[in-house]
Design a protein around this ligand. Structure first.
Ligand SMILES: [Zn+2]
Length: 92
């Protein structure tokens, strides 16, 4: 075998390594979302309400319904995956 080819295969990561890396990252992200399912609302920055210019009146944020929190995408994915697996298990 050509020595330069062996050196190249040792330094450049193959597609299998990238696949593993992406899988580990995705699983890590979903686990993170299961433990911490919420992020602060983008519209109100986690405050849950908007103050009027006078400062005396305020209204709830329509985006998060005044909770100041939003469910993260990974958590929605986790709930979806759980529903799908539960659904298939029930019908087996
Ligand atoms: Zn909000």
């Amino acid at each position: 075998m050509n020595p330069s080819l062996i050196a190249a295969s040792g330094t450049v990561a193959g597609p299998g390594v990238w696949f593993l890396l992406i899988t580990v990252t995705a699983v890590g992200y979903i686990v993170h979302c299961v433990i911490w399912p919420y992020r602060s609302c983008r519209k109100c920055d986690g405050a849950g309400r908007f103050r009027s210019p006078s400062g005396r009146a305020w209204r709830y944020c329509n985006h998060c319904a005044g909770r100041g929190a939003q469910l993260r995408t990974g958590r929605r994915l986790w709930t979806y995956l759980k529903d799908v697996s539960g659904h298939t298990r029930r019908h087996r």
